[in-house]
Design a protein around this ligand. Structure first.
Ligand code: PMP
Length: 418
């Protein structure tokens, strides 16, 4: 029971929810892995800017210029937060799914993509539309993941190849050995993209230090609202490909039969950009930097240790993990409860305790099925509260938290599970 620092202020902490058992209670948001609450600081910054926004890169008026400056400053802030190299391109997107689909759309002809089947569907599926895909079985340890990639890349030729890897699993919270995987990819002449949707909200990330070629993430998991995200990294494949979207902003000169496209970020940011989303994301990056990422990581590790110790005392709880209990992880944890249907369990946590968690397969069907002992090639049926007996663990429960989570919420959760 070490002392745990206060959470950072987030909006929505004062939401009261009615309980079926009578009365009401402060909502305990423990589904940060899906979407984290907005930092108060982000709320304040966005509220201060809303009266003044204008269309970026277009108008001659004062507010258009102000917005263009803020948009480009936001790009620089996020680039610094992610430790980008000087010649990297940072694109604002709609989120991680959009970012990875964008990258898939610019792959050179004949690219082969290597991906662990433990990925979130956003990192698993976009490649199938544009490239040949080699799926690697769920690894049993970080070292085995590195060895499996090495074996797969060995003799894979010298055509364009891309490795896609998650930084932290959205199901188990476990960290993947990104720097080691990047080293292997580059040794074999392949490139690598990091899905940092779950990593960046919990850990400082440096694209340059990890030596990954691209990074993708979503603002709504990084304490800013929905609708913006990032794809950042090497510009060559981005500049060589057709724009992701055709339209204004991406085009430099247009005649009846010909279009000359922009290069750099503009090439793939057609349409009026989401300047408020970019500004909100940059505000979150500034707030995290000022709070000190190391202190936030230490606080989260203390919360996680406390939660895991409490859950370990409950024999019916089985935590899902790929690499074993000693592996490094973020504040994301999935489990099943013996004798319980997971969806019913989550519904009871909500209705009787005011706790919001997630249940299901977390958009990572092959991984969850693997962890529940099912075969990865079987069709998936999501359990429901009314699933017949014997099907209770076709899905799982996920609890996830972060820098706005007070200790009391996790204690209430552990007591409710007990
Ligand atoms: N990758 C991972 C690891 C995720 O957890 C998620 C969101 N659950 C995504 C990608 C997709 O992010 P988004 O829904 O914001 O596009």
């Amino acid at each position: 029971d070490v002392a745990i620092a206060a959470p950072l202020p987030v909006v929505g902490r004062d939401v009261l929810v009615p309980l079926v058992t009578g009365g009401e209670v402060e909502y305990a948001a423990l589904d940060y892995g899906a979407s984290a609450p907005c930092l108060q600081r982000v709320w304040d910054d966005v509220a201060g800017y809303l009266p003044y926004y204008g269309s970026v890169h277009r108008g001659a008026g004062y507010l258009s210029q102000l917005s263009t400056d803020l948009y480009e400053q936001s790009r620089a802030t996020v680039a610094e937060f992610l430790g980008l190299r000087g010649d990297d391109t940072l694109l604002f997107t709609r989120g991680t799914t959009d970012s990875l689909n964008l990258l898939a759309s610019v792959l050179p002809r004949g690219t082969r993509v290597f991906v662990f089947e433990t990925e979130h569907h956003a990192a698993l599926l976009p490649w199938r539309r544009h490239a040949g895909v080699t799926q690697l079985a769920a690894p049993s340890s970080p070292a085995q993941a590195v060895a499996a990639l090495e074996a797969a890349l060995e003799g894979s030729g010298d055509g364009p190849r891309l490795v896609c890897v998650t930084g932290a699993s959205n199901v188990t919270g476990e960290l993947f050995p990104v720097a080691e995987l990047a080293e292997v990819a580059h040794r074999f002449g392949a490139r690598i993209v990091l899905d940092a949707a779950q990593l960046a909200p919990h850990h400082p990330v440096s694209v340059a230090d990890l030596d990954v070629d691209w990074i993708a993430l979503s603002a709504h998991k990084l304490y800013a609202p929905f609708g913006s995200g990032v794809l950042a990294g090497r510009g060559d494949w981005l500049d060589a490909a057709e724009p992701y979207l055709a339209g204004g902003g991406a085009s430099k000169a247009v005649s009846r039969d010909h279009v000359e496209w922009q290069s750099g970020a503009a090439r793939h940011e057609a349409g009026s950009p989401n300047v408020i989303g970019a500004y909100a994301l940059a505000s979150a990056c500034r707030a995290i930097t000022e709070a000190g990422p190391a202190a936030l990581v230490a606080r989260e590790e203390a919360l996680l240790a406390r939660l895991r110790a409490r859950l370990a005392e409950i024999p019916q709880v089985r935590t899902l993990e790929l690499f074993g209990p000693e592996s490094a992880r973020v504040g994301v944890l999935s489990f099943v409860v013996e004798g319980w249907n997971s969806s019913r369990f989550a519904a009871v946590l909500s209705a009787e305790y005011g706790i919001g968690v997630r249940d299901g397969l977390f958009c990572a069907h092959p991984l969850v099925r693997h962890l529940l002992g099912g075969r990865a090639d079987q069709p998936t049926e999501c359990g429901s509260p009314d699933a017949p007996e014997g099907q209770q663990n076709l899905n799982a429960i996920r609890v996830s938290f972060g820098l706005g989570t007070p200790v009391e919420h996790l204690d209430r959760f552990a007591a409710a599970v007990r």
